[in-house]
Design a protein around this ligand. Structure first.
Ligand code: SF4
Ligand code: MG
Length: 326
């Protein structure tokens, strides 16, 4: 609820005012047990910071996280949260200690949480098999002896070693070759079924997000602009940013995988975001109300919300739906 993180960006000039980067600015959403929620948006929109805030890898400036009805902090300790929630990062090599064998890496977390050495090693070998690696071949190897795809399987095994229920995947398949990526995506789906997992799946690759997600959250400059069921979002997006993002999506050319700059103009500087709707400097439908008033997330379907004045009756935008007459 209302996740907020502003970074200090130094001073504009020697005596200038301090700059503040509004990396994540009042982000609220729910994740239901067993679903995969995709998170998309251009680089720098706050996807990864949101993930790190949920993991409590950095302190929140404002907001709170409620896990299974328990507020993280007062009702649920960070130690307990980290057992129930794990994260897999893009860089498969940096995530593993190069001096530990694969088995030691996977067994490390359970041992910290009190599992004895023998049981932790058995669990590690079991998990290697679950992620599709031959335990006898891989248990005693070191990270540098593995391919990127194999290492990412190890990272997934390591994340699962504490029996988490929520796994955050931040660009977890983005560094892999296309064919390996497909295998790891299928593995993630299999593991989700087998272990009853819930995923928060962050990616700049919209094709991948569409494939794996049940619902998708779209972020722009630190805010949620749209959230809804994946096919509904794809077929009838209600926020012009979502429309533009999907329109720029490469479909036929497998080599064009990036959507880093799909929309006219660069994203404005998050140090000084535009007033009102932050997309108004790039939006083809912008009107006076857009720069004057921040549009709230508005229900445009049973499970679909968009933060655009055009979706909100009585907002003052000429394309807004009329208020229902009594
Ligand atoms: Fe465009 Fe206005 Fe909607 Fe923002 S609120 S997306 S500027 S129409
Ligand atoms: Mg990122």
């Amino acid at each position: 609820r209302n996740l907020t993180k502003h970074f200090s960006g130094g001073r504009e000039s020697l005596f200038g005012k301090k700059r503040v980067v509004r990396a994540v600015d009042g982000v609220s959403f729910d994740i239901a047990k067993g679903e995969t929620l995709g998170v998309v948006g251009e680089s720098g929109c706050g996807k990864s910071t949101t993930a790190r805030l949920l993991m409590h890898l950095m302190p929140l400036d404002a907001g709170e996280m409620i896990y299974d009805g328990n507020k993280v902090g007062p009702d649920l300790s960070l130690r307990e949260l980290r057992r129930r929630m794990q994260m897999v990062f893009q860089d498969s090599y940096a995530s593993l200690n190069p001096r530990l064998t694969i088995e030691d890496s996977i067994a490390f977390g359970p041992k910290v949480h009190g599992v004895d050495d023998g049981a932790a090693r058995l669990l590690a070998r079991d998990l290697l098999v679950k992620v599709g690696l031959d335990a006898n071949r891989f248990a005693n190897r070191y990270p540098h002896e593995l391919s990127g795809g194999q290492r990412q399987r190890v990272n997934i095994a390591r994340a699962l070693a504490l029996s988490p229920r929520l796994v955050i995947l931040d660009e977890a398949v983005s560094a892999l070759d296309k064919s390996v990526e497909a295998q790891v995506l299928n593995l993630l789906n299999d593991l989700k079924r087998e272990f009853g997992l819930t995923y928060l799946f962050i990616s700049h690759d919209l094709n991948v997000v569409r494939y794996i997600s049940d619902r998708v959250l779209v972020m722009y400059l630190g805010e949620v602009v749209e959230i809804g069921p994946v096919e509904e979002l794809w077929n009838s997006p209600r926020h012009p940013y979502t429309t533009a993002l999907f329109a720029a999506m490469p479909t036929l050319d497998p080599d064009r995988r990036t959507t880093e700059a799909p929309i006219a103009g660069d994203p404005p500087n998050p140090i000084n975001p535009p007033s009102g709707c932050r997309f108004h400097t790039r939006c083809p439908f912008a009107e006076a109300v857009c720069s004057a008033t921040t549009p709230a997330l508005y229900a445009v379907g049973p499970a679909h919300q968009a933060a655009c004045h055009m979706a909100i009756p009585g907002s003052g935008h000429s394309k807004a739906p009329k208020e229902a007459m009594a």
